[in-house]
Design a protein around this ligand. Structure first.
Ligand code: HEC
Length: 127
């Protein structure tokens, strides 16, 4: 008969093996593209729709900024374009999100969502 601790050991080993496989995905060389399929309609729009468009599109366009379409995002608001392609650090939209100024009330964006927006801008804001 196999002792219980053997079985326990085997289960632990299996779990360790499986999780190491899951976590050791090959690293991408391009540090700006840690996410797959990064584009406006699939990745970015749902985030802005959830956190921003109430004030920037639906109930008003605060600071003249409409965040409902890629075109209007690129056009920007009173301060000019809200994102600059390939230049996340010059992009007002990202700055205000990272500094937690936007959204001014309600739930803030999660770190992962902010990283996605940064990578999307770095990689050229594909539609
Ligand atoms: C509750 C309403 C509200 C929400 C939600 C909101 N904003 Fe704003 N936003 C404002 C107001 C008000 C201003 C103008 C602030 C000022 O002029 O001091 C503004 C200004 C801005 C500006 C500056 C525009 C310019 O050209 O001057 C950007 C960029 C911006 N918001 C991005 C966002 C983003 C991105 C989100 C979602 C993550 C968001 N906002 C969510 C109310 C909101």
């Amino acid at each position: 008969m196999i002792p219980c601790s053997y079985i326990y050991c085997l289960i632990l080993l299996t779990v360790a093996l499986v999780s190491s496989c899951v976590h050791n995905k090959p690293q991408s060389n391009d540090q700006f593209l840690p996410f797959k399929n990064l584009n406006y309609s699939i990745t970015i729009k749902p985030i802005l729709d959830k956190y921003c468009i109430e004030c920037h599109g639906i109930e008003g366009t605060e600071a003249g900024l409409d965040l409902r379409t890629l075109k209007s995002i690129l056009k920007g608001g009173e301060s000019g374009p809200s994102i600059i392609k390939n230049s996340p650090d010059e992009s007002l939209l990202l700055e205000l999100i990272e500094d937690q100024i936007m959204p001014p009330e309600g739930e803030p964006l999660r770190k992962k969502q902010i990283k996605r927006i940064r990578s999307w801008i770095s990689s050229g804001t594909s539609a």
